[in-house]
Write a protein that binds this ligand. Structure first.
Ligand code: 8YV
Length: 307
């Protein structure tokens, strides 16, 4: 196919170089972020663009979509659709495809890594050795995780993968979710506040978006025991970040492990200053293997609708 008759695809947000190269080979590509005035470019050239590629953490806004009158598919590099207006897409008969399934393991692994790192002070202890402090005496005691009570907010694929891993640590598992999944061997607690009252660790694994925005707020932090650890691998928007900072500063909870934040890549200095908080730069799915699988899925999802 010459570039003239290849389907036209807009890359809305930068993706991995290797994926960009494949997109350039297989489609006629426009890069939104490379135009000085991308809206003017789209107003003139948006017609005929049939595919959009974007990232889960970025999505795409309606101001862009309204110029793409021939759009058939938005192929998301990720599983989050919280930054896409799904109703608008459905009304315009635009398919929204995600890289479902392939990042579940990595994100669940990250949840456990954050949990262990936070409870066992892994980052602080690493620094302790590197700084030569061990020569002056031992490192303070940390908190046991095996056998503790885990609460998972959100029992989709990622929540379930976290539960399976935590079972290997002999943790008792309860969850709050839109609805009970009776086929799962975990305790369902209808109310997130009730769940908070009965756990040692709360892991946020629910989808982002309006329906979950700010649900983990002061009322949940007060319900958790003051020894509790909160882990978030889903979206920063689910936690009221100011309430989290307040809860940590006032020792309402013992620590937090966070891969996601309210306004990435901005991380509040209060969180950076706290040694009982482990911070990651939204890398839950960021392994070579998974990003490769995600790339392949992004391409397959485009071809499914455009070939
Ligand atoms: C990715 C994500 O980090 O799946 C999602 O929605 O947020 C992450 O897996 C992101 O989409 C790539 O930048």
């Amino acid at each position: 196919m010459t570039s003239l008759n290849k389907p036209r695809v807009l890359i809305f947000a930068p993706v991995m170089d290797s994926l960009t190269e494949k997109l350039e080979q297989q489609f006629s590509i426009e890069k939104y972020f490379e135009h000085d005035d991308p809206q003017a470019f789209l107003a003139k050239n948006g017609q005929g663009i049939v595919g959009v590629v974007t990232r889960g953490d970025v999505g795409v806004n309606n101001g862009v979509l309204e110029h793409l009158t021939d759009l058939k598919v938005i192929s998301v590099f990720g599983v989050g659709t919280d930054s896409i207006d799904l109703k608008y897409a459905a009304d315009k008969k635009i398919q929204v495809e995600i890289t479902e399934g392939v990042l579940t393991d990595d994100v669940a692994d990250m949840a456990l890594a954050l949990l262990l790192a936070t409870a066992r002070n892994i980052c602080q202890a690493d620094k302790f050795v590197r700084d030569g402090q061990w020569l002056n005496g031992g490192f303070p005691l940390s908190t046991k995780i095996s056998g503790k009570r885990l609460g998972i907010f959100g029992m989709g694929q990622i929540g379930q993968a976290i539960a399976r891993r935590a079972s290997g640590f002999d943790m008792s598992i309860a969850y709050a979710s839109n609805h009970e999944k009776p086929e799962l061997p975990y305790q369902f607690v209808a109310d997130i506040k009730q769940l908070a009252k009965q756990v040692d660790v709360l892991v946020i694994a629910v989808s982002g978006g309006a329906q979950s925005a700010g649900i983990i707020d002061q009322s949940i932090f007060s319900a958790l025991p003051d020894s509790a650890i909160v882990i978030n691998i889903s979206r920063g928007s689910v936690i009221n970040q100011n309430d989290l900072i307040h809860a940590l500063q006032n020792k309402q909870i013992a620590g937090a492990g966070l891969d996601v934040f309210a306004e990435e890549p901005q991380v509040p200095h209060e969180l950076i200053a706290m040694p009982n908080v482990v911070l990651q730069p939204h890398v839950g799915s960021a392994t070579h293997e998974t990003r490769q699988a995600m790339s392949e899925k992004v391409l397959a999802n485009l071809h499914k609708h455009l070939d």
